[in-house]
Design a binder for this molecule. Sequence first.
Ligand code: C2E
Ligand code: CA
Ligand code: CA
Ligand code: CA
Length: 276
Amino acid sequence: AKSQGASRIAFFDESLRAASTAAIETATALRGAVRRGELEVHYQPIVMTSTRKTVVYEALVRWRHGGRLRGPGDFIGIAESTDLIGEIGEEVLRTALTDLAVLRAEGQDVTMSVNISPVQLRNDSLPGIVGKLLEELGLKGSDLALEVTETALIDDVYAAKAILDRLAAMDVLIVLDDFGVGYSSLSRLRELPIGLLKIDRSFIAEIGTTNSGGSLVSAIAAMARALPVSIVAEGVETEQQARAIEALHCRFAQGYLYGRPAPLQHWLKQSATTAS
Ligand code: C2E
Ligand code: CA
Ligand code: CA
Ligand code: CA
C-alpha cells in the first residue's frame, strides 16, 4: 500500500508539472496576444421576450491562436492569475464599445453588455477607464451594461460595492451573471446597485428535461419580482424553454434559440437583411 501511495504521489507530481508548464506556455503566448491583435470579440443577442427583438449584445472574448479559435474557458483563468486580465478586460471593453458605435450607426437600437472579471473589480481604476472610453466614443453610461458574478462580490464586498456604485452613478447598468449558482443573499442584492439578474443556464436546462420542469426558474423569477430588477433567462435552446420563461414573465432571454455568439460582421449583415 505504501509503494502504491508513493507512485500515486509521483503521478500527481507529473500531472501537476505538465499542467503548470501548459499554463506558463499559455500565459507567455497570451502576453503577446493583445499586442498582436489575436483577441476577437464575438457578440450574442439578448432579446426582449415579448417581441424577440435584439435589445442588447453580450460581448464574449475569443482568442485566434495557432489557427484555431479558443474560448474564454481556455485562457481567462490564466489571465486572472497573472496580471493580464486588466489589459484584456480593457481591450474587450474598447472593442465592444467601438463595435456598439458601428451597430448604432447601422440603425440598431441596442446596448452592449461586457463581462467583468472579479479581479477587475478589485481595482478602482475601472470607473475611470469606462468613463474615458465612453467619452472617446461619444457614448453614454446607459449604453453599457457590465456583468459581474457573485464570486466578485463575496471576495471583498465593500471594495466591489464602492466601484459598482460609481459605475451605477454613471448610469451603467450592473448585471448579476449566473444568478442562482452562487451565494448571494437577498439582503446582499439589496445593498448593491444591481439592475438586472441573469438566471444561470443550468436552471433553464432543466425545463423539459426533468420532472421539476423549471420549478427552480419559477422560484427565482418570483423572488426577482420582489426586487427592483429585471431578469434575463440565459441558455434558452428550445421553443419549449422559450415559452416557459415567457410564461414566467422573464423580460429578457438569451440562448442558441435566438442566436449564437458571432463576429460583428454577422450582425451587421443581419440588420441589412431585415431592413430591406
Ligand atoms: P457567461 O458570461 O455566462 O456567458 C455565457 C456562455 O454561455 C458563453 O460561453 C456562451 O457562448 C454560452 N451560451 C450562450 N447561449 C447558450 C445556449 O443556449 N446553450 C449553451 N450550452 N451555451 C450557451 P463562452 O463564450 O464560452 O464564455 C464562457 C464564460 O467566459 C462566460 O460565461 C464568461 O463568464 C466568461 N467570459 C467571456 N468573455 C469574457 C470577457 O471578455 N471577460 C471576462 N472576464 N470573462 C469573459
Ligand atoms: Ca455573462
Ligand atoms: Ca452567465
Ligand atoms: Ca457562466
